[in-house]
Design a binder for this molecule. Structure first.
Ligand code: PHB
Length: 366
């Protein structure tokens, strides 16, 4: 029998993960009013604790960081208490869990923000499309370009949230620097047209991310901090003039940080194009690389065996299969996913997907 690396343990800092299957961060919009994690969320994460590592859904670092209805935060005591039940449940099952720290920026909407304030961004560029709000879909507005003095305040919000994540019992944090949210808006030159110290050169565009890393390091060891990046995802009206070169720079700069990992959503979620050479990016990084976007068992095995990545994050398969690790290990069929229950709602399509034993499927062979 060939050795299946996907199911082999891996060490990240002081953590030993049981396998290389990561549950990708996924917005599910099922937090209680006040952006507070609640009991069904405990059950959802507990069910998926056999993942080598769970990365939570994106979670706001402050009320100003919000951008969607019913998404959890990690900035006040009630939220910490809600998350604590989740981290305890995952740990009881022998799992590990990082929280993804989020500040949405320009793709938020005044109706979601304190005092109906404008969303903020590096530059006053309105994204195409509509925001999801409690009053339905509403067109995006032109964001307010951040002043240099505002940026320091947001960095402090990350520092506070990182501290709260520690109190909530997480094993680490993932800085969400991807998918067109605030940090990514600074990194990519389609959304960052600043001509001060936070815009222009790669070094300047990375300044905000570097400040956030420093702030998070106030309460976490470097090997407890991961970063998610998306060089060519056009989701949220994002673009960049040279993703290969720019992300080569950003990733190379992360080397001396000794992070837990970098986590790349490869390709474009929208067009499905994949024009960046991810192997070259991977080779410019000397730490752990988590690959994500459309992987199945066969592709994940091949990518790990080729050295294209160290771990693979699975999204949709983990929504429909709480026991995805067991199913992949035993080559069992997967549950059908119900897309209509991805965002918002109750237990349906959230905690009611059956485990393999419940459907009567058995392990093939001996
Ligand atoms: C979403 O809510 O649609 C969403 C959130 C975070 C992401 C991507 C998409 O990184």
């Amino acid at each position: 029998m060939s050795k299946q690396k996907l199911f082999s343990a891996v060490t990240i800092g002081n953590l030993t993960l049981d396998n290389r299957m990561v549950m990708a961060p996924m917005t599910r919009n099922r937090a209680a009013p006040g952006n507070i994690p609640q009991q069904i969320n405990v059950e959802y994460y507990r069910q998926r604790a056999t993942a080598g590592l769970i990365i939570t859904e994106a979670s706001q670092v402050s009320p100003e960081g919000v951008g969607y209805p019913d998404t959890p935060g990690i900035y006040n005591d009630q939220q910490v208490a809600g998350w604590r039940k989740i981290t305890d449940a995952v740990h009881q099952e022998g799992g590990h869990i990082f929280i993804q720290l989020w500040y949405v920026g320009r793709v938020s909407h005044p109706s979601l923000l304190p005092d109906n304030q404008l969303p903020v961004a590096p530059s006053a560029i309105k994204p195409e499309g509509e925001a999801v709000t409690y009053q339905g879909m509403q067109p995006y507005v032109e964001p307010r370009a951040l002043q240099s003095s505002d940026i320091q305040g947001i960095v402090l919000q990350y520092r506070h949230a990182a501290k709260m994540a520690k109190l909530a019992g997480f094993d680490g944090v993932e800085i969400h620097a991807a998918n067109g949210y605030l940090i990514d808006q600074f990194l990519r030159d389609g959304s960052n047209k600043r001509n001060d110290e936070d815009g222009g050169s790669e070094e300047n565009r990375m300044r905000f991310l570097n400040q956030v890393i420093d702030a998070v390091f106030d309460s976490w060891d470097s090997w407890e901090v991961g970063i998610r990046l998306t060089p060519e995802n056009s989701f949220n009206s994002m673009s960049d003039s040279d993703p290969q070169a720019h992300f080569h720079y950003f990733i190379s700069q992360l080397n001396p940080r000794n992070l837990a990992y970098i986590h790349l959503l490869e390709g474009d979620m929208m067009s499905k194009a994949r024009n960046v050479d991810y192997r070259a990016l991977r080779d410019s990084y000397n730490g752990i690389y988590i690959a994500n976007n459309g992987y199945d068992k066969a592709r994940a095995e091949a990518a790990i065996n080729n050295g294209d990545c160290d771990l693979v994050a699975f999204g949709v398969p983990f929504i429909a299969n709480p026991d995805l690790v067991y199913r992949y290990k035993n080559d069992l069929p997967l549950n059908e996913v119900d897309q209509s229950t991805f965002y918002g709602g109750d237990e349906k399509g959230y905690t009611d997907y059956p485990f393999a034993e419940q459907t009567g499927e058995t392990v093939q062979g001996s």
